[in-house]
Design a binder for this molecule. Structure first.
Ligand SMILES: [Mn+2]
Length: 170
């Protein structure tokens, strides 16, 4: 018999490296309208604040290398959702342009089963564990002519369901 969990899946929008292009944030929010939470992996922190104006669900952000001074914005955070633990950071402190080894170690040391970062502006997805995700850049992609973000559905005792969304061409 299949056990159907009573708790609904938690849907999370993952967006990074918007670099002040608020039109890209508008577009992501209009594409992914039913998120329960958004995570913004930095560059630039005012963009996460703008995103928070558009949605009435929590937005958690971290500071990137272009965010200086950072004020009270952290460089990394742990978000717990649906019995999963997500480590978010921009990635520049973990050498993500060259390797995912250090961010993977950081996630493991924090007992996170998922790590999300940005910085490279390239969509990346490592199966793990821990699962390592980079939603790319919504406004300045380096892997396609179209920007990108991700959605992630989390359920207890299930693998996350990840979708890569490509933005419309402007
Ligand atoms: Mn960056």
């Amino acid at each position: 018999m299949l056990f159907k969990s009573a708790a609904p899946a938690v849907k999370i929008g993952l967006i990074s490296d918007t670099h002040g292009n608020w039109a890209s944030i508008d577009q992501a929010v209009s594409i992914a309208q039913n998120m329960d939470m958004w995570l913004h992996m930095g560059d630039c922190t005012p963009d996460a604040e703008y995103l928070q104006l558009l949605v009435d669900v929590p937005v958690y952000g971290v500071a990137g290398n272009c965010d200086w001074p950072t004020g009270n914005i952290l460089y990394e955070r742990i978000i717990d959702a649906a019995d999963h633990r997500i480590f978010i950071t921009h990635g520049h402190n973990y050498g993500v342009r060259y390797t995912q080894e250090y961010i993977m170690e950081a996630a493991e040391s924090q007992n996170a089963d998922i790590a999300v970062y940005g910085h490279t502006h390239i969509v990346e997805y490592l199966m793990g564990p821990p699962i390592i995700l980079n939603p790319g850049s919504a406004s300045r992609p380096r892997d396609d002519t179209r920007g990108s973000f991700m959605t992630m559905e989390l359920e207890k005792d299930a693998d996350p369901r990840i979708t890569v969304v490509r933005m419309r061409l402007n």
